[in-house]
Design a protein around this ligand. Structure first.
Ligand SMILES: [Zn+2]
Length: 682
């Protein structure tokens, strides 16, 4: 088959009109569902039509929303951004429909015999309506609305305060000893020309903390950096915590963390706590050994330079000595390494690996080239309508994914890998059409896109990839496969619509293929000589994965534990966040905070949507390690049997089953942290 399933040809006015049409259709479906009298309310009359709408309107909805990320035409991106705002407001509106909630409630009271996925759909709708407070009396609903508005205002203020920090610290060139010339030359000078100015931004902070030789310099910078927002943001965070707790109590939850984790794989803060405590205890010996090593380096350096030795690693010492360990023990020349990762070789290897592991076949879709006029307009940046061939840019590649055994097409995806003006700035996967059943019962084929910003090839050289870009490539294409290989009945559970603390897991599992010699050789080759990656370079790369793993992971445990701690305080009291953090840093990390600072005042994750969820980073990493090291690695990283079992247990169900149950089915036991710890050298 060589045809596109979705064609992105919509002009700006067409996007605006289509978005209005999509919104009207959704409202109509919800109106009809709400109008079903209680005695006629069944799954077939209320829920199924809503499910059908989400399946059949999804493509139109993405024609409106996706172009803001990728269209080379500014007018199209702008119209798409507007459409996106309107459609997300619509989403909130639909989730607050009390009349639809009542109809769904009437369905649930019928206790019909339903298929498991239908039962889950019904339960999910009820749960989400209740989480919005629709089961509560009107005055309580009004209070929740007020709370949410105040929280979102405070969160915006919190972030704005941080972006408005313009602090610059003056240092002499001597005080910046250890930093390289390019860095020094990039700095602006103080007005009298005697000092160089260091800001609190990442591109200044990190190099200084890793490279500045003089402890006083690092200490001054660390104290300023960890005090960002301390005066303005501390009361904002304290107020947000009280509001979140109040909201949880109105909705009937013990704490905010209970409210959040209810919809996650972890399910409860107690389980998160157990997970973090276990990890913390087991990481302790490794972290202590690493701390000893840092101390030894510090002692030697103090003796050599005549600094006073205070017998401990301070907040401003950690990154400095950790960097020395990395350079000493795990030095990988990434410039040399990337000569072995020309993009065409990586792509070919990646696709071959995924074909073998998952028993699928990739087939390039040949899209007719855009007309000469369209290409010329695109080149001149003067186009105002997208090319008629349905592809937004000539660099974009399209593939079908077939099941090798049945030859059935499971999905189609777009690959758009190089930077372009106005394009989305990171690497990500976008689900464009859910693979699910359509109203007539036939299957809708899933469509997804991967956007990235890997260096483009030049006339004389292919694009060369850094190892971590190769890893990103595997990761994001992993999300694409998750989108395409899921086989659910309803759009609600399609593809990556799984619990949020599990969604990264399938992609993190696939990153492991970038750390095994067998697969690395399949995706690499020197772009000029055709040689394999030298063994010694490969060994250093593989060893570098363990660098300072104890201390870095302990720091993650610290941040996650802090997040859980402040979100499990009951009863509206003001929390001394700086003090809570300082105590936990001492007991968990073993490195004390710099006196007078408050890291929480700049901990944006906790106001910006990761509240009670910071543990998710470690959670999915630990369980992805379990899945990889307990099955794929021992059974063979190219073993199709294992891949098949994985497809069946983990990818195929999408979000139609609990992630925990899927993982248990694949592993044959409950997941644990043993494989993760072993991979980190324990
Ligand atoms: Zn991801």
């Amino acid at each position: 088959m060589s045809s596109l399933l979705l064609r992105f040809t919509h002009s700006a006015p067409e996007i605006t009109a289509l978005a209005a049409d999509v919104a009207a259709k959704f409202r109509n479906v919800y109106d009809v569902a709400a109008s079903v009298p209680a005695d006629k309310a069944t799954f077939a009359t209320v829920i199924q039509p809503i499910g059908d709408a989400w399946a059949s309107l999804s493509a139109a909805s993405e024609y409106c929303q996706f172009p803001r990320h990728m269209s080379p035409i500014k007018a199209v991106r702008d119209a798409s951004a507007e459409a996106c705002k309107m459609l997300s407001a619509l989403n909130v509106e639909l989730g607050m429909r009390v009349d639809v909630y009542n109809a769904v409630l009437a369905v649930s009271k019928k206790n019909e015999a339903l298929e498991p996925e239908q039962r889950r759909y019904l339960d999910r709708m009820l749960r989400d309506f209740r989480r919005n407070g629709l089961h509560l009396p009107e005055d309580q609903r009004a209070e929740i609305k007020k709370i949410q508005e105040e929280i979102s205002e405070l969160a915006i203020k919190f972030s704005t305060n941080l972006t408005e920090i313009k602090t610059k610290l003056p240092f002499t060139k001597e005080q910046l000893e250890g930093l390289d010339e390019d860095f020094i030359n990039s700095l602006t000078k103080s007005e009298d020309g005697t000092h160089l100015l260091i800001s609190l931004s990442y591109p200044h902070y990190f190099p200084c903390m890793k490279k500045a030789v003089r402890p006083e310099t690092r200490k001054t910078l660390e104290a300023a950096f960890q005090s960002r927002g301390i005066v303005e943001n501390t009361p904002l965070m304290q107020r947000i915590l009280i509001l979140r707790q109040r909201q949880a109590e109105i909705l009937g939850y013990k704490t905010h963390a209970h409210y959040i984790t209810e919809t996650r794989m972890a399910k409860s803060p107690e389980r998160v706590r157990e997970f973090l405590t276990s990890l913390n205890e087991k990481l302790t010996p490794l972290a202590q050994a690493e701390l000893q090593e840092l101390l030894t380096l510090k002692k030697e350096e103090c003796a050599r330079r005549g600094y006073e030795f205070d017998s401990r690693i301070n907040g401003w010492d950690f990154r400095y000595y950790a960097q020395q360990i990395e350079e000493k023990r795990f030095q990988v020349d990434h410039n040399e390494l990337m000569q072995y990762f020309p993009m065409p070789v990586v792509t070919k290897g990646l696709l071959a690996i995924y074909e073998k592991v998952f028993s699928i076949t990739f087939e390039k879709v040949n899209v007719p080239a855009a007309t000469a006029a369209a290409s010329a307009a695109a080149d001149a940046n003067s186009a105002d309508i997208p090319p008629a061939n349905g592809i937004w840019h000539p660099e974009v590649l399209v593939y079908n994914v077939r099941d090798t055994a049945t030859q059935e097409i499971f999905g189609q995806f777009f690959l758009d890998l190089h930077p372009r003006e106005g394009k989305y700035g990171h690497a990500a996967c976008f689900g464009l059409q859910p693979g699910c059943e359509l109203p007539g019962g036939q299957r809708q084929i899933a469509v997804a896109a991967m956007l990235a910003n890997f260096t483009a090839p030049t006339k004389d050289q292919p694009a060369l990839m850094l190892h971590d870009e190769v890893e990103t490539y595997f990761h994001e294409l992993g999300h694409v496969l998750h989108q395409l290989l899921a086989r659910t009945k309803y759009a609600m559970f399609s593809g990556t619509r799984v619990e949020r603390d599990f969604v990264e897991c399938p992609s993190q599992i696939l990153e492991n293929w970038c750390w095994e010699k067998e697969s690395l050789h399949m995706m690499s080759q020197h772009h000029q000589t055709g040689a394999k990656i030298p063994e010694a370079l490969l060994d250093r790369l593989l060893a570098s994965r363990k660098a300072n793993a104890g201390l870095f992971n302990k720091r993650q445990v610290l941040l996650a534990t802090f997040d859980q701690t402040i979100h499990t305080v009951m009863g509206g009291q003001t929390i001394d966040v700086a003090n809570v953090f300082a105590e936990l840093a001492k007991s968990i990390w073993g490195i004390e905070v710099t006196p007078g600072t408050s890291m929480p005042a700049s901990f944006e994750h906790l106001v910006g949507g990761y509240d009670s969820q910071y543990y998710g980073y470690l959670w999915s990493e630990v369980y992805s390690a379990d899945i990889f090291f307990s099955r794929f690695q021992p059974e063979g990283i190219l073993n199709s049997e294992t891949g098949r079992a994985y497809r069946t247990s983990i990818l195929q169900p999408g979000g139609s089953r609990d992630a925990w149950d899927m993982v248990v089915e694949f592993l044959g036991r409950e997941p644990n942290d043993a494989a993760f710890l072993k991979s980190k050298g324990l």
